[in-house]
Design a protein around this ligand. Structure first.
Ligand code: C2E
Ligand code: CA
Ligand code: CA
Length: 842
């Protein structure tokens, strides 16, 4: 039992209850880990009571310390700590307060121990100041505390130097702590500034008011870490996006302690994301189909336009090679070029043929670009494409338009050239010949001019169809323009093949046409040129065929001619002739000769036909057959015809003035003159000028011109006959006359063509034609003039069939005006009624 202090002893003696309490306290005090003590307030802390714990604490028994002059508590205290512990205690005692100190002691065995001493100075029973308190060993705890302090320091470093903002706040939005990174983030120079400035963080910092709801939610949590992103306002008003990881800190009883977390500036990432979102919008809303593949060219993404265009969903194509879309139509070279271009430039554009999911092939315009990573490795291919079938179709339409004649749908001049080039190449390779035919429609201009373009157009369409159906599919039929067509026969064995086809064309095209309910006729004049014999260049082939065609025209139309070298020369002459004609007209090299017509009923010379002559300064007298066709083709005929008209009327007026009053004048009209609306007025004017009656004039129009467009002819003829002029159909029997029209024409005379008269004696059918013509003419109330009568036998026959008038060398060749006048004035004319009698008597 440890000795009790005087006071304790006394108290315990007072009552049984008191004794009881003392025992309890004794037990308690002496069983504590640690030492209860009472010491003097002297410099050595002389102990006057210590509990049993003293032994465990110091290694000294209470007896060693109590009342021992040599061992005080000061001796046990570590010498290094003794001074400040002393200071501290003195201070606390003088201020009358409790003290609590941690310091080291040295045990009896020499060990160092950490202790904590809590004490207070109180007056004892005698009124002197003593110190009472409790000292316990905290060595074990101190080690842990040190470690803790060390750890805290480490965290302190992290806190100070972290790049993330770190904070603790109160529930109502005041900072308890903030690190420099957070201050920087929010635009403050130091955490201190930040904490001083920013209170009510929730509303000052976060821009989005909904943030507060998130906040409230976090406050309600039990401590889970919540992450959210928010836009915040910095000190200078600028805005940044932050990502915050935060949680509430609560104590064991769930009481809120603080709100803490970390903050990161994610503005850059947000912007990148926004950019990506924008790109994604573009990607999915693009009208162009887009495919993205990986470095191995496997599809990793497609957009809506892709699905719409191809019919494949993203799932159906993911992971596959885009070649799965191919229609297998694109030439291999295109793909080769594509990869080469991607390799060298990183991009390619071009046209490919793909197939939709439905199997339908379509052309697409594809742009590919290549995406490489920072090491130059191919990361992606990005392809965007559009369906260009529509475009191709309209391109094809345009191409067709550019290559075809819209009226007949035949290839036009442009595409003929292309086709000819191919054909020439083909023939050269195969070593075969080719025929090029140039076809011009006879009398087409007359039909077009008189009946109108719609009729002309329709006729051309029908001719085109007939031409196409006459030749083989592999042959070429093209329209050069106007009434000119080209037929090309590549790969013939000899020109005879071409002649055979040309024959067929003449027959087919010459057959009557039904246009607008009326029958129309035309015929082809065909010029043929053979490759490579006649020419090897396309231009020359066409030129030579053209020459041959003119030759066919000159040969009387409705036939074909092969090109020959002679033709070439003839054409050259023609070209020279054309310019000479103009000069001749200007210089008055033309003259009229007159051929008399005899009335067989009385033997009298009743009229003359004016026939134009060209007195060429070098070549002498040129017959009209040589220059009239050229004049007609070149338009010189208008001026020439008008000159003839003037001169004939002038001559007639002169003859009348000289007493030859019975004479009538026949004048030949060219096609152009006849159809010229100004002709009637022109004739009127000339008649008036020379004081001539219209009844003296006879205008001759060839059968083919009058029948080309009979309705129009009727109108023109009416305009002329209304003035009292007479009309004749010239060269009757050489064209195709429609009797129905002939009946309607207001004409006076049919002139039987001299080709029929010529063989009257030898060719029974010609004789028949003359016979029938005379019969017909009389039936229609017309008179007949037979042309080209050269023999008395012809005359006799004509007279026998009732022909009224004749014209021909038998009577006279065409003569200059003075000679003709002399002939007319000759008293004993061989063609006088007497002579006629003589002929009749044969
Ligand atoms: P055409 O109107 O049939 O003229 C008659 C042609 O027959 C004339 O030829 C004439 O010389 C020729 N002839 C007359 N009698 C005989 C004969 O007994 N035997 C032979 N073999 N021929 C005879 P020409 O003068 O050479 O005229 C040829 C054609 O030229 C004319 O044929 C006519 O179509 C045209 N022509 C002549 N002068 C003119 C003219 O002033 N204007 C127009 N537009 N054409 C004209
Ligand atoms: Ca005539
Ligand atoms: Ca004639």
């Amino acid at each position: 039992m440890p000795p009790l202090s005087g006071r304790q002893r006394r108290t315990s003696l007072h009552t049984a209850r008191a004794v009881d309490r003392t025992r309890v306290l004794d037990t308690l005090v002496n069983n504590l880990e640690g030492m209860v003590y009472r010491c003097l307030d002297d410099t050595r802390w002389t102990m006057i009571f210590v509990s049993q714990g003293c032994t465990a604490l110091t290694g000294h028994t209470p007896a060693d310390i109590l009342d021992n002059a040599t061992l005080s508590w000061a001796d046990i205290t570590h010498p290094d700590d003794r001074p400040w512990v002393g200071d501290h205690i003195r201070q606390a005692v003088s201020e009358g307060r409790r003290f609590s100190l941690q310091y080291r002691i040295l045990t009896r065995g020499g060990d160092l121990r950490w202790v904590i001493e809590r004490g207070i100075a109180v007056p004892d029973e005698q009124g002197r100041m003593v110190i009472e308190g409790f000292i316990e060993d905290i060595t074990a705890r101190k080690v842990t505390l040190d470690a803790l302090e060390h750890t805290e320091l480490r965290y302190r470093h992290i806190f100070e130097y972290a790049s993330e903002g770190i904070f603790q706040t109160t529930q109502d939005g005041h900072y308890l702590a903030a690190n420099p990174a957070l201050a920087r983030l929010y635009g403050y120079a130091s955490p201190h500034e930040l904490m001083a400035d920013l209170s009510d963080i929730e509303s000052r910092l976060y821009i989005d008011p909904e943030r507060r709801d998130v906040f409230r939610h976090i406050m309600e949590t039990r401590g889970e870490v919540i992450n959210f992103e928010s836009e915040v306002r910095r000190r200078d008003g600028s805005r940044i996006w932050i990502s915050e990881n935060a949680h509430t800190v609560r104590d064991a009883s769930g009481r809120f302690i603080c709100y803490e977390g970390t903050v990161q500036d994610i503005s850059e990432r947000r912007h990148a994301e926004e950019h990506l979102r924008l790109l994604a919008t573009v990607f999915s809303n693009s009208n162009e189909a887009i495919i993205v593949t990986d470095g191995a060219n496997r599809i990793i993404a497609t957009n809506q336009a892709f699905t719409k265009l191809t019919g494949y969903t993203q799932e159906e194509v993911a992971g596959r090679d885009p070649s799965m879309l191919s229609a297998g139509r694109t030439p291999r070279d295109v793909y080769r070029e594509m990869w080469a271009s991607l390799e060298s430039t990183g991009a390619w554009q071009g046209e490919l043929w793909d197939r939709r999911k439905s199997g339908e092939p379509y052309p697409k315009w594809l742009s590919i670009s290549l995406v490489r990573d920072e090491h130059g490795q191919i990361q992606n291919y990005i392809g965007s494409f559009i369906d260009i079938s529509e475009l191709k179709a309209s391109e094809e339409r345009i191409r067709h338009l550019a290559h075809h004649d819209p009226l007949t749908n035949l290839p036009n001049r442009f595409s003929l050239n292309e086709k000819l080039e191919q054909a020439v190449g083909f023939c050269t390779r195969k070593g075969v010949q080719m025929a090029l035919m140039l076809i011009d429609l006879d009398r087409f201009k007359a039909i077009n001019d008189t009946l109108g373009h719609h009729v002309g157009d329709e006729l051309l369409v029908q001719v085109a169809k007939r031409l196409s159906s006459t030749v083989r599919k592999s042959d070429i039929v093209a329209r050069l323009g106007g009434d000119e067509f080209v037929v090309v026969l590549p790969g013939i064995d000899s020109p005879a093949d071409a002649a055979h086809v040309a024959d067929k064309i003449v027959q087919t095209v010459s057959a009557p046409y039904l246009v607008g309910g009326q029958e129309q006729r035309t015929s082809p004049s065909i010029g043929i040129c053979i490759y490579p014999d006649d020419a090897t260049e396309i231009g020359d082939l066409l030129k030579n065929a053209d020459m041959a065609m003119y030759h066919a025209k000159a040969k009387g139309r409705g036939n074909y001619q092969f090109f020959t070298e002679n033709m070439n020369a003839a054409i050259m002459r023609r070209i020279a002739l054309e310019s000479e004609l103009r000069v001749g007209l200007e210089r008055g090299q033309f003259a009229l000769h007159y051929q008399p017509q005899q009335d067989l009923r009385n033997g009298r010379l009743v009229g003359v036909e004016a026939l134009v002559r060209w007195q060429h300064p070098v070549r002498g007298l040129i017959p009209p057959a040589e220059f009239i066709p050229v004049a007609e083709e070149t338009g010189i005929i208008d001026a020439l015809g008008d000159w003839v008209l003037q001169e004939a009327l002038r001559q007639l007026a002169e003859w009348r003035a000289r007493g030859l009053t019975e004479l009538r004048m026949s004048i030949n009209l060219s096609t152009g003159q006849f159809l010229d609306k100004a002709l009637p007025a022109r004739v009127d004017a000339l008649l008036a000028r020379h004081g001539l009656a219209a009844g003296l004039i006879d205008l001759e129009v060839t059968e083919s011109v009058s029948m080309a467009s009979p309705d129009e002819t009727i109108e023109v003829m009416r305009a002329l006959t209304q003035r009292g002029l007479s009309l004749s159909i010239d060269d009757f029997g050489t064209g195709y006359s429609s009797l129905a029209y002939l009946k309607l024409f207001p004409i006076r005379t049919l002139k039987i063509d001299r080709s029929f008269v010529k063989d009257i004696e030898t060719d029974p059918s010609d004789a028949d034609i003359c016979d029938v013509t005379v019969l017909l003419a009389h039936k229609l109330g017309l008179e007949v003039v037979a042309e080209g009568v050269e023999t008395e036998a012809q005359l006799k026959f004509l007279r026998s069939i009732g022909c009224e008038k004749i014209q021909g060398y038998l009577i006279s060749r065409p003569l200059p005006a003075d000679q003709l006048e002399a002939l007319l004035r000759q008293p004993a004319q061989p063609w006088s009624s007497g002579a006629v009698e003589i002929w009749l008597s044969h």
